[in-house]
Design a protein around this ligand. Structure first.
Ligand code: SAM
Length: 442
């Protein structure tokens, strides 16, 4: 790296017996490339060199490919993710969660943790993925749409808005905005932007976020707090603050051995040099007993039940879902979660709820890309499998001569759905969403 470490950072790390020179050396070495496969979609043939011990479906790659030029990336068949963050998978499996848990991922964009949680839930329970910055919440929506589960909601709210959902969630993940010392290897700019003042600014913000969302956790529920930074102020000290100010109890989990226990026995670190990661801190706390309030569910009136689904059962398995009409968009929600999802919808600013299976038009129902990408719902039999170049052209928004018969067709690559086309006989209308299209030359 050409940009040196900020000197205050370097001095602090050298003096810190927990970190030391080893961390600095590791931060100057090359970063590993890792991703997590979707458990229900096709495994791409990217060259895998090792599995990630703490995450099912997590792997290291030999080298970084151009993800944009791989149609399976757009199919949501995998999510490129830093290996340390994937430790969340081990934590979720260890935690004593109730059946069908309700989980909030509070700082969720672009969606690394949320797609991992969605795979863990496998369509059961409820996942609310929130992002306060609107532009980033749209990226989150896109990634969650491509990952494709109907027990998911994407919101665009400030953490304090979740006070409108008191004692609602069994688990809250706060993957907090931080000073990003774990980015020093991948992103040179992170070194330039770091300052001690920013560390203190981040600490204050993190405490505010934690205090704002605490009420939304059910008594006995868990909160997972994480950052991608190494200093004690934003990590162990914030956990201690939660114990003192919020009455949280620290739950120390068992994690595989290269993962270090944090200072004072609080939380865990994936440290570069000791693990093949960029750097990640995570801690679990539990909310103590407090009086459980009676939940009063609200719902907005603007939904209609969609009863005349004449076309839909042909291409969607709706046996476990309920379909609601929201301004002529047909939303499939798991029957078991309908009440909870409508309650969240009534309180929050929504980007997405459930799986949009289609839109009602004068000529019938136009199938939606979210249905194509949801492997639990999409059973549409009329498919057109494109070769790699055709698939890239389709994802680019192009249309080209293609023989076939007229009607909606599910577009696939290596049999994995990408989206829809309307076939006109010898060519087609490309229905791939404009905002998802590849912008580079294909
Ligand atoms: N969890 C994400 C993932 O795994 O892909 C990464 C989240 S990133 C570390 C932190 C997120 O917090 C960013 O998306 C950022 O926009 C958001 N954020 C920034 N300020 C915030 C605030 N005051 N309250 C809540 N979230 C905030």
């Amino acid at each position: 790296m050409s940009i040196p470490f900020p000197s205050a950072f370097e001095e602090r790390v050298k003096k810190d017996l927990f970190l030391g020179q080893d961390l600095l050396t590791a931060l100057d070495a090359q970063a590993p490339v890792s991703l997590r496969f979707h458990p229900l979609k096709k495994r791409s043939d990217l060259e895998v060199i090792a599995e990630i011990p703490w995450c099912e479906n997590g792997v290291y790659l030999k080298e970084r490919p151009s993800f944009t030029l791989d149609p399976l990336f757009h199919a949501g068949a995998y999510y490129p993710q830093e290996a340390g963050s994937m430790v969340l998978d081990s934590l979720l499996k260890e935690l004593d969660l109730p059946a069908s848990p309700k989980i909030l991922d509070l700082c969720a964009a672009p969606g690394g943790k949320s797609t991992l949680i969605a795979s863990f839930l496998g369509g059961d329970g409820l996942l609310v993925s929130n992002e306060v910055i609107q532009a980033r919440s749209r990226i989150l929506k896109e990634n969650m749409s491509k990952w494709g589960y109907s027990n998911s909601i994407v919101t665009n709210n400030d953490p304090k808005d979740f006070q409108r959902l008191p004692q609602f969630f069994d688990l809250i993940i706060v993957d907090a905005p931080c000073s990003g010392e774990g980015m020093f290897r991948k992103d040179e700019k992170a070194r330039e932007e770091w300052s001690e003042d920013n560390v203190h600014l981040c600490c204050g913000r993190q405490k505010r976020i934690l205090a704002d969302v605490w009420d939304a956790l059910i008594p006995g529920g868990y909160l997972i707090y994480s950052t991608c930074t190494f200093n004690t102020n934003e990590n162990e000290e914030n956990v201690e603050w939660m114990v003192e100010e919020l009455g949280a109890e620290v739950i120390q989990m068992e994690l595989p051995s290269p993962i270090a226990t944090g200072r004072n026995g609080i939380g865990h670190y994936c440290l570069p040099g000791r693990t093949e990661t960029e750097g990640f801190f995570v801690a679990v706390v539990q909310k103590g007993d407090e009086k459980l309030q009676r939940q009063r569910f609200t719902r907005k009136a603007e939904f209609r039940m969609q009863k005349d689904l004449l076309d839909i059962p042909v291409y969607a398995d709706l046996s476990e879902t309920i379909v609601l009409n929201w301004n002529d968009k047909l939303l499939a929600l798991p029957k078991t979660m309908e009440e909870h999802m409508l309650h969240v919808q009534a309180q929050m600013r929504l980007q997405k709820m459930g799986t949009t299976i289609g839109e009602v038009s004068r000529k019938g129902i136009i199938p939606n890309e979210e249905l194509a990408l949801n492997p639990q719902l999409c059973i549409y039999p009329e498919r057109i499998d494109l070769n790699r170049q055709q698939a890239l052209n389709y994802l680019h928004g192009d249309t080209f001569p293609l023989s076939g018969t007229q009607g909606y067709r599910l577009v696939t690559f290596e049999q994995e759905p990408l989206g829809w086309m309307k076939h006109l006989g010898n060519r087609f209308n490309n229905l791939y969403p404009k905002e998802w299209r590849i912008r580079m030359n294909v």
